[in-house]
Write a protein that binds this ligand. Structure first.
Ligand SMILES: [Zn+2]
Length: 234
């Protein structure tokens, strides 16, 4: 899901303290009065948006509500992960780089965490909240994710395109963060190099690592996916 440009610009004007429902209401009203708003790329691949159309408006509204809920309960319990807990790095929704009560944040590499906090502060001035969906992970948590990926993608080779092993994952060493929502990943992709924060994989727009040389030279070329990353070779 992509945050609409209209919502971003409204949040930029009104500042970071405006909560989602206000934006959602304005966006919905905008959908009725402005065809240009309705034609904004609200969804990836949705051909159904029509100005003022009842059904289309319902589809328009639903994702915004989900997005709001995501931000409404930063202390909400983490999604259940059988066998692993917050001590393994499982994070509840709405966690930011400043929420160091969570192991998934506190056990990140200090330089990465400092860069992410600086970037998050600048993003907030643009009305963008950067959430940490996943940061440091224990080997047990990474192993669980890998086994789930093998189950999902059918083979270890296919799973390797998305999830590294406990021995190779930069999340286990505390050197990677997965951020969200989509507006935050777009913001950090555009501005993160100023703090050495870089995307690494083309297939994972949410995954960022610290590359200090990026501050002067820009981020390195993306790998297509983790299987192209030499670090992932056992
Ligand atoms: Zn990642």
């Amino acid at each position: 899901m992509r945050q609409p440009a209209t919502s971003r610009s409204i949040r930029r004007i009104l500042g970071p303290f405006v909560v989602g429902p206000v934006v959602a209401v304005i966006a919905i009203v905008g959908a009725h009065v402005s065809p240009s708003v309705s034609s904004a790329p609200r969804f990836d691949g949705s051909p159904h948006l029509a100005p003022g159309g009842g059904a289309a408006t319902a589809r328009w509204q639903a994702p915004a509500v989900r997005e709001d809920r995501r931000h409404a309960a930063p202390g909400a319990p983490a999604a259940p992960q059988a066998g692993v807990s917050e001590e393994d790095g499982v994070l509840p929704e709405g966690v930011t780089a400043f929420d160091e009560q969570h192991a998934g944040v506190a056990r990140l590499d200090p330089a990465l965490l400092a860069a992410l906090r600086d970037a998050a502060t600048a993003a907030a001035a643009d009305g963008v909240e950067i959430d940490v969906n996943s940061g440091w992970r224990s080997a047990a948590y990474q192993d669980r994710l890998l086994r789930e990926a093998v189950s999902t993608y059918g083979t270890a080779a296919n799973a390797a395109r998305w999830v590294a092993t406990p021995a190779t994952s930069p999340h286990v060493s505390g050197h990677a963060v997965d951020i969200g929502p989509a507006g935050a990943t777009a913001w950090l992709a555009a501005h993160g190099a100023s703090w050495g924060l870089c995307r690494i994989y083309r297939n994972e727009p949410w995954h960022f690592e610290l590359r200090p040389t990026a501050i002067d030279r820009g981020c390195p070329r993306l790998y297509a996916d983790p299987t192209r990353d030499p670090r992932m070779t056992p």
